[in-house]
Design a protein around this ligand. Structure first.
Ligand SMILES: CC(C)[C@H](C(=O)O)[C@@H](O)C(=O)O
Ligand code: SF4
Length: 475
């Protein structure tokens, strides 16, 4: 084995520390997995496969399960049977419940106070920690990279491998540093920043790379904002994204249930501090952006990289991709996006359903009403987020404004749980994917920040949240 080079990136340090067998010729490397998160959609066949081979789960104590994708979000009394959207959804949930019971895996099940979207609860419970390798049969596992972990999505076959061996086969990705200098202007959110980065890179622009986000604007982000940024890394084609752990990270982790305590926490901090990329570490690609030039962003097409500042017009539709996307969205080439009528507003998902996201949306909505005819769903990312939001009265703000306050889950982000739009409806959504049909057949999705979503709910049309803020401040 060759000795690691003296200057290494954050990614390389984690990779080297988890290498069980290096990559040789056409054979990928074998990596040890510190944390395996599972949910009901991508785990059933993996369990069946290992059971058929008579294998056990290698580390049930390093495996954690939740119910999120197929779970209805309509209010339900504890212990009452859930009303599933389909028989398939019910079966997925029941199989995960059985599999966890049989293999001794902790499950944040129906009546657990820990339940929520897998990428919301991992960090919340302190399961997600700097320097770890984290995998899940879910592409948005990149979210956990916000803590300086190497976290990536895997397929169902690999879920089976990890259950049985606690290892995963991986080809070593290349590295890309995205440096964001400057300060984000007032009213410009982490969601706007990542949409701008994806628009700059393109949907495949970071393919084969792990992105490390760095620079003054990244360092200034809270943990929840960093999660929003890392969450969407894969929408630029990246294998994952990560951010060096720092004092913001440590403060967020301090006291969380699975985080180290007391002296062990102090020792962990010393190890975590050493993870940051060495000063002269080399990246395979470098991209730079100036945060101070950014505005609130929205998408105009059916891919997350088809994003533009909210005051921009839809593109001219010269490329065939662009023309097809505009036709699906029902936008004319060159048409202003601001003022486009909205049918549904969705605040939720692993991108933007944490407490700070709900606060942002509530701050805009307070004292206003959702435009009659517009349906607004607010779906907290977890039971913990729901409770915390209720404790500070955010649910009352949403209800008073005419929005629906729901139980945690993936909800309209993926529309496999009963929450969806109707064909042709325009949804302003705080989620991460605007693919055709993602939120229901024929539904047109516009991705935006929680503040833009809330402003659009009030206006009944795509609206700039800075306008509402000015109105609020004038009052
Ligand atoms: C269901 C799951 C496999 C999927 C993913 O991998 O991301 C989902 O979470 C999504 O957001 O599309
Ligand atoms: S909230 Fe959406 S993106 Fe996140 S895990 Fe669920 S379905 Fe996937």
């Amino acid at each position: 084995m060759t000795a690691p080079s003296p200057s290494r990136t954050l990614f390389e340090k984690i990779w080297d520390a988890h290498l069980v067998a290096p990559q040789t010729g056409s054979a990928p490397a074998l990596l040890y997995v510190d944390l395996h998160l599972i949910h009901e959609v991508t785990s059933p066949q993996a369990f069946s496969k290992i059971e058929r081979r008579g294998l056990k789960v290698r580390r049930p104590d390093r495996t954690f399960a939740t119910l999120d994708h197929s779970t209805p979000t309509t209010p339900r009394l504890p212990g009452a049977p859930p009303t599933y959207a389909s028989e398939a959804a019910r079966k997925q949930v029941e199989r995960l419940e059985d599999n966890c019971a049989r293999h001794g895996i902790e499950l944040a099940g129906w009546d657990s106070a820990d339940r929520g979207i897998v990428h919301v609860i991992g960090p919340e419970l302190g399961l997600t920690q700097p320097g770890m390798t984290i995998v899940c049969g879910d592409s948005h596992t990149s979210t956990h990279g916000a803590f300086g972990a190497l976290a990536f999505g895997i397929g169902t076959t690999e879920v089976g491998h990890v259950l049985a061996s606690q290892c995963v086969l991986q080809r070593k990705p290349k590295t890309m540093r995205v440096t964001v200098d400057g300060v984000l202007p007032r009213g410009v959110a982490a969601k706007d920043l990542i949409l701008a980065i994806i628009a700059e890179l393109g949907a495949g622009g970071a393919a084969g790379h792990v992105i490390e986000y760095a620079g003054q604007a990244i360092e200034a982000l809270s943990m929840e904002q960093r999660m929003t940024v890392c969450n969407m890394s894969i929408e630029a084609g990246a294998r994952t994204g990560l951010i060096a752990p720092d004092e913001t990270t440590f403060a967020w982790l301090d006291g969380r249930r699975h985080a180290p305590k007391g002296e062990a926490f102090e020792a962990a901090k010393a190890r975590w501090r050493a993870l940051r990329s060495d000063r002269d570490a080399r990246f395979d690609a470098e991209v730079r952006l100036d945060a101070s030039k950014l505005s609130p962003m929205i998408t105009w097409g059916d891919s997350p990289d088809m994003a533009a500042p909210i005051h921009a017009s839809a593109p001219s539709g010269e490329s065939s991709d662009g023309a097809g996307a505009l036709a699906y969205m029902g936008f004319s080439p060159g048409e202003a996006l601001l003022g486009e009528p909205v049918d549904v507003v969705f605040v939720g998902s692993c991108t933007n359903a944490r407490l700070s996201d709900l606060r942002e949306a509530a701050a805009i909505l307070a004292g206003h009403h959702v435009k009659p005819g517009v349906r607004m769903l607010v779906v907290p990312g977890s039971q913990a987020v729901k409770l915390a939001a209720e404790a500070e009265g955010l649910d009352a703000v949403f209800r008073t404004a005419g929005a629906q306050w729901r139980e945690p889950g993936c909800s309209m982000c993926i529309a496999m749980n009963g929450d969806s739009g109707q064909p042709g409806e325009l949804v302003v959504s705080t989620s991460n994917r605007n693919f055709a049909g993602r939120q229901g057949r024929g539904v047109r999705t516009v991705l935006a920040s929680p503040a833009t979503a809330a402003a659009s709910a009030i206006a009944g049309a795509i609206a700039d949240p800075r306008g509402v803020r000015e109105v609020c401040h004038a009052k």
